[in-house]
Design a protein around this ligand. Structure first.
Ligand SMILES: C[S@@+](CC[C@H](N)C(=O)[O-])C[C@H]1O[C@@H](n2cnc3c(N)ncnc32)[C@H](O)[C@@H]1O
Length: 437
């Protein structure tokens, strides 16, 4: 498609894909279009063809046709070109219904029937995103800093963002100016953003050594915008803080438990801190009152769930592959006076040879998109936990793991969507399983 002008077609949209794109057929060819809703007849610009499927973007209703009544005006002027959001054009209640429908469809496909489906839990719809990885490109001498465009490697031309927290949205323009002022903007491919409750940080990735004047410009930027500036020349072990802040750490509180977590900008933390609090509270409520049993927090990160459970009186062991996150979990346990009730271990939980301590009465699972991995059945057989609380960021892997749990005699008592990423197609789920024997 690259050399030819994009082809415009007319598409009758019949369904919505899990990624938020509308889908229909043209002469028996499947076409997926962003910014298109079921029931609409739209004009689509075809941007990409892959394995027989055409992908594009709807620009307007076709002649004499209208938009669907489920459509709303996007909150952001860069939709649908910017690839950061997929559902800005869908009424929010409808977004939640679609996410719930995807979850229940995924479970039905593997024969798992939840006893109860909770209503979706929601937080702020905009200005919630505390983390992002932005691309940087120089196009015709102009520096662009933003999310990738839909169906392309290009960087969106954007000067604000409705999903980023306000402190980051207003930074997009100054970041463009900052990169333009560096000696070679083409050697800066990416900027990462990370924020805690009160501090923000950027990590500037650079492919060539930064000059002394470049570093001075970055330090001035840090002072002007009161932000921690880190530079990164290779992997995360090459990150160093350039700005002269007393501490490298960012932090967030979980007021429900009187906890404060510290982390470094590249550690995994949940992107939507308001929904995270609701998620932690709901997950721990599933365990009930501490009864002397032991909790294993698998894929524990910096101790987000572990510390909250320990503060309630549970004894917790957290497992996690990233050694740096485990360092942070230990530090956070100490700082919050919980070391006596939790311990943490570095472990590759996908490794079939990975060994956990011998007994756990409760399991909390919060794996990456790929799911709990090949050891789930073994853990259930050897630990025989009474309850398994599963936090998922991918309905298909959650459903596959739910089927394993069901086969081992666990009932899915409750399940529900937590809208961690409004206006995008991401689906966060909390499921609570109980041993039925
Ligand atoms: C969705 S995050 C959850 C983190 C934490 N529970 C939280 O709420 O912040 C998934 C975590 O799994 C970790 N992880 C990824 N692959 C892993 C593996 N093979 N073994 C153990 N942990 C892994 C990641 O480093 C990340 O911290």
């Amino acid at each position: 498609m690259s050399k030819r002008a994009p082809r415009e077609i007319e598409l009758c949209v019949t369904d919505l894909m899990p990624d938020g794109t509308g889908v229909g057929q043209l002469d028996e060819r499947v076409v997926q279009a962003k910014n298109a809703l079921p029931g609409e007849l739209v004009s689509v610009k075809v941007l990409k063809r892959r394995r027989g499927i055409w992908y594009g973007e709807a620009s307007a209703p076709a002649a004499r046709a209208g938009w669907s009544s489920a459509r709303i005006a996007p909150a952001c002027g860069y939709f649908p070109r910017c690839g950061g959001c997929a559902m800005q054009h869908i009424d929010y209640a409808e977004q939640l219904a679609l996410k719930q429908q995807q979850l229940t469809r995924a479970l039905a496909a593997v024969g798992v029937e939840p006893e109860n489906i909770n209503s979706p839990v929601q937080g702020p719809k905009l200005r919630y995103r505390t983390k992002a990885r932005l691309g940087v490109r120089v196009v015709g001498g102009e520096v662009l800093v933003g999310f990738r465009e839909t169906l392309s490697n290009r960087v969106a031309r954007m000067e604000s963002c409705e999903t980023l927290i306000g402190e980051f949205s207003v930074l997009l323009k100054p970041l463009r100016q900052l990169i333009s002022s560096l000696s070679d903007p083409t050697r800066i491919p990416q900027i990462e953003l990370a924020a805690g409750d009160h501090e923000q940080a950027i990590i500037v990735r650079h492919l060539e050594l930064l000059t002394e004047p470049d570093e001075e410009l970055l330090r001035e930027f840090a002072i002007r915008h009161d932000i921690r500036v880190f530079t990164q020349s290779a992997g995360y072990d090459s990150v160093r803080m350039l700005s002269r802040h007393a501490s490298r750490y960012l932090g967030y509180a979980n007021v429900d438990y009187g906890l404060y977590y510290q982390f470094l900008p590249w550690d995994f933390t949940q992107v939507n801190l308001a929904v995270n609090r609701l998620l932690v509270r709901s997950a721990l409520a599933e365990f009930g009152r501490p009864d002397g049993g032991r909790v294993f927090d698998l894929f524990c990160g910096i101790g987000n769930f572990s510390l909250a459970a320990a503060s309630l009186g549970w004894s917790v062991t957290g497992y996690e592959a990233a050694a740096e996150s485990i360092d942070r979990a230990v530090m956070n346990a100490e700082r919050n006076g919980l070391s006596g009730r939790c311990e943490f271990q570095v472990a590759d939980l996908y490794d079939p040879g990975c060994e956990l301590a011998e007994s756990a009465d409760y399991l909390l699972l919060d794996p990456p998109r790929s799911g709990a991995g090949p050891n789930l059945a073994t853990w259930l057989d050897s630990l025989r936990p009474r309850k398994v609380v599963y936090v998922s960021c991918q309905p298909a892997s959650f459903a596959a793991d739910a089927a394993v749990l069901q086969e081992k005699g666990y009932l899915l008592e409750r399940v529900g969507v937590f809208d961690m990423f409004p206006n995008t197609a991401h689906i966060e789920t909390l499921g609570s399983f109980s041993r039925s024997w």
